[in-house]
Ligand binder design. Structure first.
Ligand code: SF4
Length: 324
């Protein structure tokens, strides 16, 4: 069996705005192998969360999805809603930024994990599910798990709540964990602990992780591969080392230049201008209004991913010309 867990080919998503279909994700081709972590890095509005939601098929009904999306060789876009429900929370799990909204404030966290286990594994008794929930709490590093299971979400700190959400997401031993800004709401120390927890769990269970974030530091800490997204397209894609240390795309270089260096006292070199929205997208390269290297072709034609090395691609007309 192939080790490819997720593969999308030219996956596009468009939303209806008034009478028009407006593209939010454009021809995204990415893949994720077993036991690896792919981070999709981009500013807000870049299309990264929409791409992930398209995989889970949890977009609004009027969203038009085109292209191909496979999970372990199965075509996700051909599945009906019942088949997708069976996948979600079972072989595929998802973690969101806001752990409070992922948990029901009216129920104790332990009961929520127990019910999630029983919803997916009908033959498991409540006592067995309680046992499994307690083991999951231990696995995600929640101290005094028995007592914590009896608490309500608001009684836990943000870090402990996110651990409880991760425990819930692991209850069916997923092959794929989708994480949407899972540490954004946490302070830096807790963020580091949660990211390390992802890596430990991945090493133990061999699951694959796809994470979206706007934070380069988060990507650098966990990613095997990084895809840089902007204006609905992938601008750069490759191994973490190549993308962060040898960026080929002007947008990636500008993002990295905007990071504070030691001695800068936190000053950012902001990228001039604002990212486009889906209704103000330039017709060519989405970065063309802000790019110092833009030429005429950048204004009229969308660049496509071109190999830089065997494990690194960039979408930029500067590179397409070098290839000719
Ligand atoms: Fe800049 Fe043109 Fe490359 Fe886009 S295609 S990143 S506008 S040089």
């Amino acid at each position: 069996m192939s080790d490819t867990i997720v593969k999308t080919t030219d996956l596009s998503v468009a939303f209806k705005v008034k009478k028009d279909l407006v593209p939010a994700v454009r021809q995204v081709s990415l893949s994720l192998e077993k036991g690896r972590t792919l981070v999709i890095l981009g500013e807000s509005g870049s299309g990264k969360s929409t791409y992930m939601k398209a995989l889970l098929r949890i977009l609004p009904h009027d969203a038009a999805i085109d292209g191909a999306a496979e999970f372990m060789g199965e075509d996700l876009l051909l599945k009906n809603e019942k088949e997708m429900r069976e996948l979600r929370g079972d072989r595929i799990s998802m973690i969101y930024q806001d752990s409070l909204s992922a948990l029901d404030p009216m129920y104790k966290v332990g009961d929520q994990v127990i019910e999630t286990i029983r919803a997916h594994r009908k033959s498991v008794s409540r006592a067995e599910a309680r046992e499994q929930a307690e083991q999951l709490f231990v696995k995600v590093g929640i101290p005094s798990p028995r007592e914590r299971m009896r608490t309500y979400p608001h009684e836990l700190s943000g870090g402990m709540r996110q651990r409880a959400v991760i425990a819930m997401s692991l209850c069916c031993s997923p092959y794929l964990l989708l994480a949407d800004e899972p540490t954004t709401a946490l302070d830096v120390t807790i963020q580091k602990q949660i990211l390390n927890l992802f890596l430990e769990l991945q090493e133990k269970d061999g699951m694959s992780i796809m994470m979206v974030t706007h934070d380069i530091g988060v990507a650098a800490q966990v990613a095997d591969e990084i895809a840089i997204m902007y204006g609905g397209i992938i601008m750069e894609y490759g191994s973490t080392r190549e993308v962060l240390e040898e960026p080929a795309n002007p947008y990636t270089r500008a993002l990295i230049a905007a990071l504070p260096k030691s001695g800068d006292r936190g000053r950012l070199v902001a990228i001039d201008g604002q990212p486009p929205t889906i209704v103000s997208m330039p017709s060519g390269c989405p970065f063309s209004d802000r790019c110092a290297y833009a030429t005429q072709i950048c204004k009229s034609s969308i660049p496509h991913l071109t190999p830089v090395t065997q494990t690194h691609q960039t979408a930029c007309h500067l590179y397409e010309r070098k290839e000719e």
